[in-house]
Design a protein around this ligand. Structure first.
Ligand code: ATP
Ligand code: MG
Length: 362
């Protein structure tokens, strides 16, 4: 999938902007606060009708203006397609092929993007909660069943915690809830296991590429419940009996102690834990590889690569890693990268790319 061009009107600090893009690699160069991230955000907005950094759409409208819009034309394996999205105080309007759509769900999905922003480093450095959110978002995109099971699990978990907080715990009631939790949990755990194996397959290959074969990345699921079963039904029974075993301790502590709400993932480079022992560059490469694995998942899903948005990733990667990243990726995936200095860009990749200098929204 290729984004051919973009036209912005009153979007963030851009009054009006027209750009034609390179099919492989596009680099946005500019000092701080000139509009590089805003430009990536506009592509993200064109794809998903929302921003990656604010839930308040009106922040996208240029100061003192009424309406912001982004138009762009994409080329897919099948056709060229104009897309258009605008936001004003009256809400959002979206057009596909110049025709306004009634619902945003009819709009989203034409342009697919994967974005890597500096915050994504938290997939490696942050708390288990960040990683669970990452798994839930990714698994949820691929599997509707997963989302249903997760929301079922979370609802029952809240109920169980409420019961455990009461002075006289109703064990019969907890038993009923545990049975429900075990049912949801078994599917959640198996889906996560499957997803993490797929991520590992792709991420380790990408990490190997970027590090020029010097590092081998492993991604390991660390389920809170140590289980042996491989099928849903026997896993459910296994979980149920584990939950029964922990009940006494849970009553003592007044909260649910075991289950997939305490799961985590670990990353290893050449067998050491990246979160604890990894350098900045290794942590960044790991987070990046895991995120780039998403490109392959989407490719598996829809048969086409999305476009890739990379915000501020180059500064912490050395020249070898940078050039491996950008050369290996740009041949498959149209890529948009921001940087504060052209000297960040390795000279060996200067052919087959287009650079844009950004200065105060121009
Ligand atoms: P850095 O290198 O620091 O990440 P950047 O080039 O990515 O910088 P952006 O975040 O794209 O910077 O742009 C920030 C600029 O956009 C700031 O000067 C900010 O004031 C301006 N800006 C943000 N929102 C709006 C808006 N709604 N209207 C006008 N200007 C805006
Ligand atoms: Mg920025």
């Amino acid at each position: 999938m290729i984004l051919k061009n973009i036209h912005l009107g009153n979007f963030r600090n851009y009054e009006s902007l027209d750009l034609e893009f390179h099919p492989k690699l596009n680099v946005f160069i500019g000092r701080n606060a000139q509009g590089k991230t805003n430009l990536l955000e506009s592509i993200y907005f064109l794809a998903l009708a929302k921003s990656h950094r604010t839930a308040k759409d009106k922040e996208l409208i240029r100061f003192k203006q009424e309406e912001a819009f982004v138009n762009g034309s994409i080329r897919t394996a099948y056709s060229d397609l104009p897309l258009s999205i605008s936001v004003s105080s009256k809400g959002k309007r979206a057009k596909v092929n110049h025709m306004e759509v009634a619902r945003l769900s009819q709009y989203i999905g034409h342009l697919n993007v994967v974005l890597f922003a500096p915050e994504d480093l938290n997939i490696v450095k942050g708390s288990p909660q960040v990683r669970r959110k990452f798994i839930n978002m990714e698994c949820g995109q691929i599997s509707k069943v997963y989302l249903n099971m997760l929301s079922g699990y979370q609802k029952v978990l809240v109920q169980k915690n409420n019961y455990l907080k009461q002075r006289n715990v109703d064990q019969v009631m907890i038993d009923v809830l545990n049975a429900q939790l075990a049912e949801y949990a078994s599917l959640i755990i198996l889906k996560r296991q499957q997803f993490i194996r797929t991520i590992e397959k792709y991420a380790s290959r990408i990490h190997g590429d970027i590090s020029n074969g010097n590092e081998s990345l492993a991604v390991r699921y660390r389920p809170n419940i140590k289980f042996e079963s491989e099928d849903e039904k026997s896993l459910e029974l296994e979980i149920k009996s584990l939950l029964d075993d922990t009940l006494e301790k849970e009553i003592e502590r007044g909260q649910a102690l075991t289950g997939p709400h305490r799961d985590d993932i670990s990353f290893y480079i050449n067998d050491f834990d990246v979160q604890t022992y990894g350098s900045q560059g290794q942590q960044r490469t790991t987070a990046l590889s895991v995120k780039l694995a998403e490109l392959e998942l989407i490719h598996e899903e829809i048969g086409e690569y999305p476009v890739l948005l990379l915000d501020d990733v180059l500064s912490e990667l050395d020249e070898t890693r940078q050039s491996h990243l950008l050369t290996s990726i740009r041949n498959r995936v149209q890529t948009f990268v921001t940087t504060t200095s052209i000297s960040d860009i390795n000279h060996t990749i200067m052919d087959e790319m287009q650079s844009f200098s950004i200065d105060d929204g121009k």
